[in-house]
Design a binder for this molecule. Sequence first.
Ligand code: ZN
Ligand code: ZN
Length: 454
Amino acid sequence: MKMYQTTQPIEKYLNIPLECSCGRTHFAPIKAIRVSSGAISLLPDYMKQYGYSHPYLLSDRITYDIAGYRCEAILQQAGFSPFTRILTHMAYDEATLGEIVLNKPDDCDVMIGIGTGQITDMLRFASFKLGLPCFTVPTAAPMDGFSASVGIMNVDHLKATMPAHASEVILGDTDVLKGAPMRMTLAGFGDLVGKYNALNDWRLGRIVNGEHYCEKIATMVEDYVTGVTEDADRIRDKDPETIGGILNALLLTGATVSLYGTSRAISGAEHHMSHYWEVLGDERGKPFAMHGEQVAVATVLALSVVEKLKDRAIDFNRARAAAQRYDSDTWAAQIRLAYGEAAEAILALEEKAQKNAPEGRLKRIDAMEEKWPEIRSLLETVIPAGQLRELLRSLGCPCDPRDIGVTPEILKDTFLYCKETRTIFTVYQMAWDLDLMDEISDEIIRFLKQENRI
Ligand SMILES: [Zn+2]
Ligand SMILES: [Zn+2]
């Protein structure tokens, strides 16, 4: 089947290969997504439809009380005998995986996870390891990982990207979701607004690096995020339709990782900032904030960099001189200071990618000079930082570094070094290539200090 010309409801993208004019075939191995009032009651129907008879339910104490007991009762009423495990281990690690595997009934033919992040991610790892299908029932919508097919887990005390199953069926019951803590819903919204910058980064990659790009996927992500942003003032009223819309958009954006094959459409410089804060948070043993909250703050900052670049007269020869001056040993010393224990992994990544090496950088500078009018008009189309900040602020979502405990010193390091957590091209790589990141970040931090926002 051909990829659709215009953005469609989420169901249309699931479990069907879509041949696209971008040259790729898009496929998301999710069989069904339902976000609606009473969606949980569809569990037995989906069990029967896909031929499963022995469900293994996973929740924790809290999510069992929120929705686990109802899933259990609904399945029992339909004639199933679900086995429920209320998990006592709750971390992204071997112990939790062990508890899930150890308690699995021998006759289980489908696993059903009820909760957010931790439970649903661990469910997908276990489901993959055991070779069993899984369903997910989200109890809140704080991030876009529900529809993913990989995940991050601690293995030997180190974070590793591990293969995981995508959920076959995801049932978002808006009667459950509207009861979720407002902070979680706002974090989900924060993860969504990050896509404004992520899409801009992808488009910059297309212009500067000739990177592969799919306009249909980019537009689809943009349409879903814009739809939710337009309705955002109803989040505070816990309007079930709006909260369902957020989950729906998070599921769709998460599914683009399968559809496109990478997270290019949904993760850029704003996620790199959040990753960097995660590294610092791990070191001090306390996270700055929830993932989506960090992404919200980071998006306002990344969009500020976009604005600074857009309004500048660029000196491309200065950029070339900086590229020629680059010394990888000095850079490595800076990375060791900024990343501490995580530095070796970052150095190894750059060793392979060589994205900072003069040769590639000079090529990109040539491309930027040649295409600056095109780049500039792209930057004109991105939502202004101030407008997004005002929206987040009005909802009560963190929007300034101060809101999540990021100090001027940390922010300076974040601007300079966060791009090293991944190898994709972003607006931060662009500012760095042009020898402007130091200057621009100083200007932004000075402004934030004046405004008492840091
Ligand atoms: Zn495509
Ligand atoms: Zn995210």
